[in-house]
Design a protein. Sequence first.
Lengths: 76, 619
Amino acid sequence: MVDIGTGLIALSAGIAIGVSAIAAAWAEQQIGAAAVGATAENEKLFGKVLILTVIPETIVIFGLVIAYLLIQKIAI
Amino acid sequence: MKPEEMVKVQLLCAKKQLRKVIKELHTMKILHIVDHVKGELDIGSPLEGSARVSETLVKIRGIISYLKIDPETKVNEKEFDRFVNKRGITDIESVSKTAGRLYEEIVSLLAEQKEIESQVASLSKSLEEISILRELNVDPSFFRESQSLASFLGTVNDARSLLSELRALTQDYEVSVAPVEKKTMIALFVRKKKKQEVQQILSRYNFQEFRPAIKEGDLKKMHDEGKDSMARLKARQGKVMQKLDKLTKEWSNFLVINEKRLSSLVEQENAPLRFAETKSTSLITGWVPLKDYDKFFMRMNELTQGKIVINRVDADHDADVPIKLNHVQPVKSFEWFMELYSLPHYKEIDPTIMMFITFPLFFGFMLGDVGYGLVTLAFFLALRKLMPDMRFLLNAMVLCSLSSIAFGLIYGEVFGFEQIGHWHIPHLISRTHEVTTMLIIAVAIGAIHVNVGFIIGFFNELHHGLWRAITEKGSWLIIEAGIILLVLSILSLIPFDWILGAAIILLGIILLILGEGAKGVIELPTLASHALSYARLMAVGLASVVLALVINENSMEFIKGGGVMTAVGILILVIGHTVNIALGVIGPFLHSLRLHYVEFFTKFYKGGGKRYTPFGEEV
């Protein structure tokens, strides 16, 4: 059995990455839908809209880094 | 590191020479024409005879579309030459006549085909009527208006219940029933006085009236005659199809080749629309690559025996200079990525070569597995054979696969396995065990990459002046240096007061505000966020290797089970790794691309260059 503190840390790590992933996904679906529409109108926009679509991805990377830092605390 | 150098030229020649000049320009494929905008000088008019060429081209394209010929089919030039020489259709005059005749012939054949089709449709409709009436065993004349009888012909959904209801109403009726598709066809005759009641009953059974076009006549005879006519129509139809097929086979080579030739001819004939003209001269403006200029100059003079004026114009180089990237293979493959984003501006540093280095590196860093690298290498090599159009992208992907193999050796991974049997694959760093190290390496790569971006940005801005370069790009580097000093002095790793670091940061921020205004300050956090964004190099790779481990562990359990279990295990192994490889190509590809486009390019790249498309080049 792990103690409750460890459990809370693990839970926090889970929340950090889970919520940031949801946020990134939500943002990306909004942008993605618009991006597909724009590309359908003008194929040349593909490069530009690709960038716009992937911008929110960074949010989940931050979540991952925080989650990883939290998990490190358990290891100690 | 810069796009190909261009010179702006103006050609002034007599209209008499124009056809010759245009033809040569089209063959040389060197001049990027700048379309003339009507001002003091008028826009030129097409060469003589262009209407005829255009008309013929329209006809040929029409035939190609009528005969459903693929305009991209492979053509046989030798056979074409034999074909046209035999028939004497070598000049535009005869091609035009032949195309006209062929067009007429095909249009009339298609009209005949359409007419036969409509006859077949109407005949099969009456044959169907005849067969229904014969099935019901009733004569069409029965349905004529009568004094005492009411007649009904049509479909109902339940004939049996209908009849029992009818029997309750009257015994005085005649009925005939036959199944038609999913419904029942019914012919019903009752006394006229019962007509309304019967109608009510019928409507409850979803009665849909059927009105045959045939009003009288011998059904058997009509049926036989109909069948005969149908056979004749089908035979005629077959003949027309045969004729069309024969024409397609005979002429497709001729049509496709002439379509290409005439398209290029039309482009030449209409080229003067892009020039300026006076009463007897034409003025052509355009861009020529500097290295081809001498050749261009000599050739034009030779062609016109010196009766042409070629002017090198000192153009403002911030103007719309067409962009030609000039890389050798394999760097050339990465031009595709630049075109996808936006071509560089003429004065900008062209980052293709940097993408050539870092894109495969990032890709390999993420996918990094000897097994996966070999599979993707084989896949992309095979795909390059199958899809020559995509070879630029695929060449780049081949490099990425090689990089994956190299990183696989560094990580000591083959299909996610770090050991085979009891033998540990040697490695420099283990991705699964040294996550923190990987994270630090990834962010460090990010910091370096982003700073390279700032330095390129600095040099890009230099042609706007040193001050602008320092305030817009140098300021970021100064802030970074300040942060490093501050952190190191706070940690007492260097014998300086922290004030020094803070002061340098402040200086950097002031310069940044001078250079980019408030926008620069708002973007300050990107210093951290963009470098951190490179943590994905570690994260995407870790996700891929963990998935591979899960697949391996699960399938091994099954494989040890023996018998059917082994087969299931192998299936899991194959499907699992296939999916993981697919993800492992898409993920690293997009993430690597994104790191370049978003984190790297935003530091220095403006883009917006127009592609160099010399006159005569196929688009």
